[in-house]
Design a protein around this ligand. Structure first.
Ligand code: ADP
Ligand code: ASP
Ligand code: MG
Length: 439
């Protein structure tokens, strides 16, 4: 059994939906996880924002526009009137509920219901299209088996048990369709796995079903050795270790959500990134084994803030770093990069919600300086410390670019450099020339 996840871009239009329908009917036993059509979740977020600001008129206007867009999709997706009518019935159910929510009190609970509509629509429309094409498939409601616990973490035991029970009732079914992203929380309320969470759903479902492979289908040819939005002539990377993919996914290679890695790695299920626009391309295989002695890729993450705390008292003192870390912990702010010296420590964060409070607290321990609009450049590959020369090459590529921090040795898979955001394109291009020339 395989799990195939198609992202918003892959189900974003009638043509793409038809393409996906072809790809999933390969005669194998497949569970297909779908995102919302691209743009839909953003629109649902907009609707929720209007509703929480008590502006139902604003919300209704967007609801009507979204509904009109879906009606167009329905009109060209189905070929018979019978199925067009059935599809309009599906739209009516969901859009009527949205309008009803616009009338009522709007809390976090209602917001989650609004956000769930994108995946409910895409999967129901796909299931109906498959029916029209006489393809035998079963729609598995994710809300029946995807669940988070009291810590808002997926409840792997519950998911496995529930999913297995449901699958067992369809021993002869080859094709299952389900929603990514949405789930129920510990109280049974509708919830979600955070933005971009469909990849996470696919990985959790793959682990729960004991899949042989998890395929993540998107509109680009696998993970690239550099960001194609900034660098020309990038190449897809054929093999990655889970650890390498995790570094890349976190540091800006948006094609795979970082949360997706852990369940697949733990269950030892390979993840393959594939391209809906070029289905026969090999894509990227992520697994627990890969080639050694290679730099694989470079990624970048923007909107980073660097904080330096300088203290003469740090010299020969113990407990200084603990105090610093405790401040970040107390404001639930995670640290990305860290560099230390005998007289100071530099730290980067990407969430500045509590920056002012953090800085006020840090000032008790030393002189604090802040650099905004920074960018982490992350070079990923086999960077074990007994391999010689790789880190030198990466630093050499920085040439005349001003580098604020360098972090190496934290894992065997990465070297990170902090630069100004405005230097990102130049740095990525230079690294590409140095590390991947003649490939
Ligand atoms: P999906 O729903 O298929 O995951 P999304 O709309 O969530 O698609 O985002 C994936 C998109 O992000 C792709 O269309 C891709 O072009 C783009 N993208 C963003 N960052 C990168 C990157 N570093 N490398 C490749 N593609 C990227
Ligand atoms: N539709 C959700 C989002 O846009 C989940 C996903 O696409 O992965 O965030
Ligand atoms: Mg995505």
């Amino acid at each position: 059994m395989k799990v195939l996840k198609f992202g918003g871009t892959s189900v974003g239009s009638v043509e793409r939906i038809k393409e996906v329908a072809k790809l999933i009917t390969d005669g194998e036993r497949n569970i297909v996880v779908l995102s919302a059509m691209s743009g839909t979740t953003n629109t649902l977020v907009e609707i929720s924002n209007y509703l929480s600001q008590k502006n139902p008129e604003g919300a209704n206007e967007i609801i009507n526009k979204l509904e009109a867009k879906y009606k167009q999709t329905v009109d060209s997706l189905y070929s018979t009137d019978e199925y067009k009518q059935k599809a309009l019935g599906i739209l009516k159910t969901h859009f009527d509920e949205l309008r009803l929510l616009a009338k009522d009190m709007f809390t976090l609970f209602e917001e989650k219901v609004v956000l769930s509509k994108g995946e409910l629509l895409s999967t129901n429309l796909m299931q109906l299209y498959l029916n029209e094409q006489h393809v035998d498939s079963v729609l598995l409601p994710a809300l029946d088996f995807m669940r988070t616990d009291r810590n808002n973490e997926p409840d792997a035991v519950y998911i496995k048990e529930k999913l297995q029970t449901i699958l067992d009732t369809y021993p002869d079914t080859k094709l299952f369709i389900t929603q990514g992203y949405i789930c129920r929380n510990a109280y049974g309320e509708i919830d979600n796995l955070q933005r971009g969470g469909s990849d996470y759903s696919a990985s959790l479902i793959g682990a729960a079903a004991g899949a042989s492979e998890i395929e993540i289908w998107t509109d680009i040819d696998g993970m690239h050795n550099n960001d194609p939005r900034f660098v020309d002539h990038t190449q897809p990377v054929r093999h990655l270790l889970f650890e390498e993919a995790a570094e890349l996914a976190y540091f800006g290679a948006k094609i795979l959500h970082p949360t997706c890695i852990q369940p697949a790695k733990y269950a030892n299920i390979p993840v393959r990134l594939l391209n809906t626009m070029d289905p026969s391309a090999p894509g990227t295989l992520i697994s627990n084994s890969t080639e050694q002695g290679m730099i694989k890729a470079v990624a970048a993450k923007d909107n980073i803030t660097a904080i330096k705390i300088k203290s003469s008292r740090m010299l020969l003192a113990y407990g200084f770093l603990r105090k610093v870390f405790e401040i970040f912990e107390s404001y639930r702010t995670s640290i990305d990069m860290i560099c230390t010296s005998e007289v100071g420590v530099s730290i980067t964060i990407d969430n500045t919600t509590h920056l002012k409070d953090i800085l006020d607290d840090l000032k008790k321990y030393g002189t604090v300086t802040v650099d905004h609009d920074m960018c982490i450049i992350c070079v990923v590959g086999d960077l074990e410390w007994d391999n010689v020369g790789f880190e030198a090459k990466a630093i050499e590529a920085m040439g005349d670019i001003q580098v604020r921090m360098i972090s190496y040795g934290g894992s065997n898979y990465n070297i990170s450099m902090l630069i100004r955001q405005e230097d990102k394109k130049k740095a990525l291009q230079s690294l590409s020339n140095k590390l991947f020339a003649n490939k």
